[in-house]
Ligand binder design. Sequence first.
Ligand SMILES: NC(=O)c1ccc[n+]([C@@H]2O[C@H](COP(=O)([O-])OP(=O)(O)OC[C@H]3O[C@@H](n4cnc5c(N)ncnc54)[C@H](O)[C@@H]3O)[C@@H](O)[C@H]2O)c1
Length: 443
Amino acid sequence: MNNMKQLHKQSIANQRRDEETPASETLPYSPKSLKHTSSSRYLSRSMNYILKEQRLLFILIGMLIGSTFVIFKPSISTISIAENSSDHDITSIAISNRESITHFPRPVNQAVGRIPVSIGGKRRRVVVTGGSGFVGSHLVDKLIARGDDVIVIDNFFTGRKENVMHHFSNPRFELIRHDVVEPILLEVDQIYHLACPASPVHYKYNPFRNYWDYKTNVMGTLNMLGLAKRIGARFLLTSTSEVYGDPLEHPQKETYWGHVNPIGVRSCYDEGKRTAETLTMDYHRGDDVEVRIARIFNTYGPRMCLDDGRVVSNFVSQAIRKQPMTVYGDGKQTRSFQYVSDLVDGLMALMEGEHIGPFNLGNPGEFTMLELAQVVKETVDPSATIEFRENTADDPQKRKPDISKAKNMLNWEPKITLREGLPLMAADFRNRILNEDEGKVGK
Ligand SMILES: NC(=O)c1ccc[n+]([C@@H]2O[C@H](COP(=O)([O-])OP(=O)(O)OC[C@H]3O[C@@H](n4cnc5c(N)ncnc54)[C@H](O)[C@@H]3O)[C@@H](O)[C@H]2O)c1
């Protein structure tokens, strides 16, 4: 009886469960599950085919796709930089000891590592050390006008910011306050090395400064040559006619080895430049650095220091200030005077040409100091007077360049005569002396 009751309970429970359970679960199969099974079978068959039967072929196809991507990736990213950037892009870093990191603009088509900047674009990147000085600032003007990117390095010992101020808003110009005695790292195509305290008052009368000038010539030149070697840039040294000393040969050819007093008051400059020439040639011979050497003779023009002790600037500023022009010795020593734009043309012809040098860059027109005073009288102030003073030690008696080498090999010669150039310089001096006087009155 009990068994009968239990069987009845069981059948009721089963009936309820059947009523609560969805029909689908009770069905023996569904068409959906059949489809799923056939597609996974198909997938596993394909995988089998790829991984086992055609494994080698598919590995090769994978490698091909991968290498294609690696090869084309850099050019794809360069194109996207060029498309997304403005004319200039910051891609390079200048490191100096003074200003730890300076970013500067560089054209995007010149963005790749050590490849010389000029490749693939016309624009050069050029460094001018001493670029805020007299000659340097005129060189910078011409390089910028040509379309180069120019970086000036200067410690403003004798240079002035005013000389390059007109470029401050130009994105292709950069000014770094730095002493070339310390190393610097930059990425450029050409280095014009002018940094050097060049005028006699700056190098003659202070023994400490003398030592410093020698250090500038030696350490500064070494540092800039080291930079040229490292980055593969062309290096131009602005040497001087002073390497000929008090010459025994007249006019001076580049083959003349000179007559220099190695222990005199001018030696820091003369011997400093001679050492700089030696270092330049050693870097060329030993390390294949592309070098150029210019031996510059007396140069004058606007932006010279007003009171730097050089004869032309002395005479012109004295005449403008109504002071007597000081002539040292009997005034019969000779010099040749070159206008600054002629020198700049010569320096650029030398840098761009295929010849190392040294090349004399000067105007062969020869004047005694008394003749120069006379020209200043005629062009600046007819009432100017002369005062004679005792001559300074080691003052060369004669100076006149033989420029036939530069004429033949660089196709260069000066064009501006002293009578044409002096009034241009005098106009600039007049303005500055007037402003100076106005400044004093205002104080
Ligand atoms: N002007 C000439 O008649 C003449 C003649 C022969 C050679 N040179 C050579 O031409 C170059 C330029 O002469 P310049 O007449 O323009 O003279 P400058 O004195 O007007 O210019 C020299 C520049 O170098 C900078 N300078 C000096 N020491 C430096 C240093 N340690 N680090 C960084 N900058 C430094 C000065 O501040 C200045 O701006 C010099 O190398 C000079 O020896 C000039």
